[in-house]
Design a protein around this ligand. Structure first.
Ligand SMILES: Nc1nc2c(ncn2[C@@H]2O[C@@H]3COP(=O)(O)O[C@H]4[C@@H](O)[C@H](n5cnc6c(=O)[nH]c(N)nc65)O[C@@H]4COP(=O)(O)O[C@H]3[C@H]2O)c(=O)[nH]1
Length: 816
């Protein structure tokens, strides 16, 4: 399960929440630490103060005791009876006086010694042990009282001289320091007291009396010694001598935990050391504050919880609009510009949202413009190829869903390029606009779509139209295009080739339908059919042609074109006059490809210009080799319509003359009749320029076109080639033979040389000879051969002997 955003470290929500809580935690922890520390410092100094006070109280208690002892001892020392007993050395009286006075003040011990500190009377046995202390006490100038140990018990001792008037003895009195004194102290000041002394051999510290449980004594000693060591190590002064002791609860002691302790040395130096240790529980002292701390901690936890909720809420308030913005940005990125970017607040995020919205509107507008430019033809405002394909795809889907047909119509203008070249591009553009208008008018059904696919190619999508309907519309368009278009001062006669493909009969894919309609259109143009409906036979030849076409572009660079030569022979003398240059394509996989397979497509794509250039150059080189020394031979090269319309052709030919030192008179350029008739005016211009440069010109395939004799007369041609279809048939068909004869006569009348191509038999040779034809070309002489073989062929050539060939009577008569 995915974590919520505020728990995912990389999310902004998490960072905001973490920042809030982190800051709060730091502040709270710092204050808790600070408070904890100051509680501890304050508690220590308060406890210290208490301990100092307690020290004074304990001193006071001891001083009070000492005062009572001193008063009682003084009273006894000044008592007459007592002094008399001293004088009389009455031990019994002395002992009873000591006991009486001692009892009166509750002293634990009363002793009398003479001036030399010899024991004279005492209330206790073994009082001799006090005597050294008594002597010190009596002789010390400042001492009034002293703490001594007797049988391991602590005693507070005072000594007072008995004077008469000289010192005749000493009265000493002492209290045993009882636990009650310490209890009293504890009750007075809440301070615990323990009396520690050093005794035994080796000397070690013991607890003499204590307000603590006896069980805690060993721990107390241990901790206290540890603290003393620390103090000694740190060379702390007496003033600073308070230490922290830690007592565990093991012994069931009333006081446990941390204690602050203060030493109060009671003995004198050199004597067994006795120390009163005053103690106060630090834990007790800080307990009220600790409670406060717990409350504070609880408050902190509650505050953190509240902060967590508030910060999650705040983070959401910040990040939710950001998420909405991110969603909007994603949609914009995906190209959805329709949904507005919501701006719900007036803050910075609201401003950002507004900026996004402005951007969305601007991008949508530009996107619309870009789409318009991408899917609309700028010149005619018709849908372009892309849009047409999309519309077609939608129409096919729609048609299939309803089980209906739909049709595509392709239209390509005739001679548009020529019009464009002659009358200029601006005129061409206006002409295309006019064509678009005319087509749109013909698309009478509301859902017909007219598009311009590029150049002079238009298309029409006809939803729900079957082949018959599409054919009807196409014929109507065809008729509409028969009306000349008048623009400015020009009237242009534009024809069009129209191809039709229908869904589902000819395909259910948009691209297939378009390419099949295009194929039908090319066929319509090629065979001048006007309108052609696609059929599968077109495809088979087209598939091959299309792949050939793409490979053809590289054929020149890869040196795959070959020049073949077919001899041309003088029918009168049998001598070799020259040859026709014919191209072959040495394809790496397909072998030798004949020109009929690729020349039509080379013409359609304009590649023919490259090919013609290659042929002319190659022929010029062959001519140079052949004509070195030998009688001048002529080579004929084919020019296509495109070559003829190429304004640069004469200049290119001039460059060849210059670079290859070509004699233009030895090259004949063959132009088909139909190429000339495509644009007679321009053809005439080009031919005149070529003729002026010295090239021979020949009209190829004569008889297949419709050129008028009057027009032929104006052309600067030198030769006329009778189309081979007439030559093939002339032996059998008298009519064809008559056409050949009249063509020969006509050509001779116009001063033209006549060539017959397609001579396959000796009979045809003889008949043409008889009809006065000048030159012969055909398989009867030789098939086209690689250029390299031509020289050998000429050497081996002998004119055919046709005397024995007999012509039918009708044909013989024709020759007369
Ligand atoms: N059945 C038969 N055929 C004969 C006979 N004598 C010649 N032919 C063939 O007739 C065609 C004559 O060339 P074309 O009319 O210019 O017709 C040419 C020409 O229009 C075109 N072509 C060939 N080479 C070129 C070229 O370099 N440039 C251009 N533009 N077109 C070319 O291709 C066409 C076909 O050329 P090819 O296949 O080489 O076919 C050649 C030739 O082999 C014969 O006795 N019997």
């Amino acid at each position: 399960m995915p974590l919520p955003a505020f728990m995912t470290p990389k999310r902004l929500q998490f960072r905001i929440v973490a920042l809030f809580l982190g800051l709060l935690l730091v502040v709270q922890l710092a204050s808790l630490l600070l408070i904890g520390n100051s509680i501890s410092v304050n508690a220590r100094s308060a406890v210290n103060a208490e301990l100092r006070t307690a020290e004074r109280v304990f001193e006071h208690l001891l001083a009070q005791n000492a005062g009572r002892l001193t008063d009682a001892a003084r009273l006894l020392a000044s008592d007459f009876g007592f002094r008399a007993a001293v004088a009389s050395n009455d031990g019994e009286t002395l002992a009873s006086a000591l006991a009486n006075q001692g009892d009166r003040i509750g002293a634990s011990l009363a002793v009398f010694t003479d001036a030399r500190f010899n024991l004279k009377a005492a209330t206790h046995d073994g009082a001799e042990r006090f005597l050294p202390t008594l002597r010190q006490l009596a002789t010390a100038p400042d001492a009034t009282q002293r703490l001594v140990l007797l049988d391991g018990e602590p005693y507070q001792l005072v000594a007072v001289p008995v004077k008469a008037p000289l010192t005749i003895g000493w009265v000493a009195m002492g209290f045993r320091i009882e636990a009650s004194l310490l209890q009293e102290m504890q009750q007075l000041s809440s301070i615990d007291v323990a009396l520690l002394t050093q005794r035994g051999s080796p000397p070690r510290w013991d607890v003499l009396q204590s307000t603590l449980d006896p069980a805690a004594s060993p721990q107390l000693v241990e901790q206290w010694l540890l603290a003393r060591e620390t103090q000694a190590t740190h060379q702390m002064s007496q003033k600073e001598r308070h230490a922290t002791l830690t007592l565990t609860d093991d012994g069931g002691s009333r006081l446990s935990g941390h204690l602050l302790a203060r030493d109060m040395p009671l003995g004198r130096e050199g004597e067994p050391q006795t120390v009163a240790v005053l103690m106060r529980s630090l834990d007790e002292a800080t307990a009220p504050y600790r409670r406060l701390q717990w409350i504070l901690l609880a408050f902190t936890l509650v505050a953190i919880a509240v902060f967590a909720v508030v910060s999650v809420y705040t983070a959401r308030r910040i990040t939710t609009p950001l998420k909405t913005l991110a969603g909007s940005a994603r949609r914009l990125g995906q190209g959805d510009y329709e949904q507005a970017v919501p701006a719900r607040t007036d803050d910075e995020i609201g401003e950002l949202a507004q900026a996004f919205e402005t951007m969305r509107l601007a991008v949508r507008e530009r996107e619309g413009e870009v789409r318009r430019l991408a899917f609309e033809d700028g010149l005619t405002q018709l849908p372009n190829r892309e849009q047409f394909r999309a519309d077609l795809r939608a129409a096919i889907q729609h048609a299939q869903a309803r089980n209906e047909p739909c049709a595509v119509l392709m239209l390509d203008l005739d001679r548009f390029k020529h019009v464009n070249d002659v009358l200029g591009h601006r005129f061409g553009d206006r002409l295309l606009q006019e064509v678009a208008k005319r087509l749109t008018q013909e698309a009478r059904r509301s859902n017909d779509v007219v598009a311009r696919l590029g150049g002079d190619e238009f298309a029409m999508l006809m939803p729900s139209a079957d082949i018959a309907l599409a054919l009807g519309i196409a014929q109507r368009i065809q008729r509409a295009f028969e009306r000349p278009i008048s623009l400015d001062d020009h009237t242009v006669d534009l024809g069009a080739g129209i191809g039709i493909a229908c869904c589902p009969a000819h395909g259910v894919e948009a691209d297939t339908l378009v390419s099949r309609a295009e194929l039908a259109m090319y066929a319509a143009k090629q065979h001048q059919l006007g309108v052609k409906v696609y059929d599968a036979a077109l495809d088979m030849s087209s598939d091959e042609s299309l792949s050939l076409l793409s490979e053809l572009r590289t054929a020149v660079d890869r040196d795959q074109l070959r020049l073949y030569l077919q001899p041309k022979i003088s029918l009168a003398t049998g001598a070799v006059l020259g040859a026709e240059a014919l191209v072959r394509w040495q394809h790496p996989q397909r072998g030798l490809v004949p020109p009929g397979k690729f020349i039509p497509f080379a013409e359609q794509t304009g590649f023919i210009r490259v090919l013609t250039g290659w042929m002319i150059e190659r022929s010029a080189m062959v001519l140079r080799q052949m004509n070195a020394g030998a009688p001048a031979l002529k080579i004929s090269v084919n020019l296509s319509t495109r070559d003829l319309l190429d304004q640069d052709l004469p200049a290119k030919m001039q460059r060849l003359i210059d670079t290859l030192a070509l004699n233009p008179g030895s090259m004949c350029l063959e132009i088909t009749e139909s190429a000339i008739m495509d644009d007679p005016q321009r053809a005439l211009q080009t031919l005149e320029r070529l003729h002026a440069m010295g090239f021979k010109l020949s009209i190829d395939d004569f008889g297949t076109g419709y050129s008028s004799l009057a027009y032929l007369k104006r052309l600067p041609v030198d030769e006329l080639k009778i189309d081979q279809s007439f030559v093939f048939n002339m032996e059998r068909d008298l009519d064809d033979a008559k056409i050949v004869r009249s063509t020969i006569d006509l050509a001779h009348n116009l001063g033209l040389n006549v060539v017959a191509e397609g001579i396959e038999t000796a009979k045809a040779w003889k008949l043409l000879q008889a009809l006065g034809c000048d030159e012969a070309q055909g398989y009867f002489v030789a098939k086209p051969m690689p250029e390299a073989l031509f020289a050998d062929w000429i050497r081996d050539w002998t004119a055919p002997q046709v005397q024995a060939v007999r012509l039918d009577t009708d044909f013989s008569r024709l020759a007369l």
